[in-house]
Design a protein around this ligand. Sequence first.
Ligand code: ZN
Length: 160
Amino acid sequence: MVDRDKSTATFSEQEQRQFMAAALEESRMALPGCLPNPPVGCVIVRGGEVVARGYTGSPGTPHAEAAALLALGLDADGDGLTMFVTLEPCAFVGRTPSCARTLVRSGIRTVFVGTLDPDPRNNGAGIEIMRAAGIDVHVGVLESTVLRFLAPYLLSAQRT
Ligand SMILES: [Zn+2]
């Protein structure tokens, strides 16, 4: 029998869309406080259930990914956790640390991303940081729906 990656195998395409929709729902709460940063949302799933949620707060406060990890508790073991996040986690350090690096440190094994971040400081770099650290990253879940909501906010030059 082929040894499959269980963390990935446990999510059907329907479940992937369902959890990304939950992340998108969360992201709506980011507006308007997050501006000029994009309204990003995420959920952390364990055992088929959402165990933490996060959305991007006002500039200088944690982005969605860090907010969800904080909600989960700093001592949480990332093993067995999967994150669904609407936008590629940031590779760059602005007023907050890089979310891609924060996810690597968290020990999370699998990340589903709605869409890539066209910001030139990111644009695939966040995905690369996570993959280089061995995280199983999947891009493009519910992408057209996510983009319809996010697109107007993605290329603000004032992002931090
Ligand atoms: Zn970030």
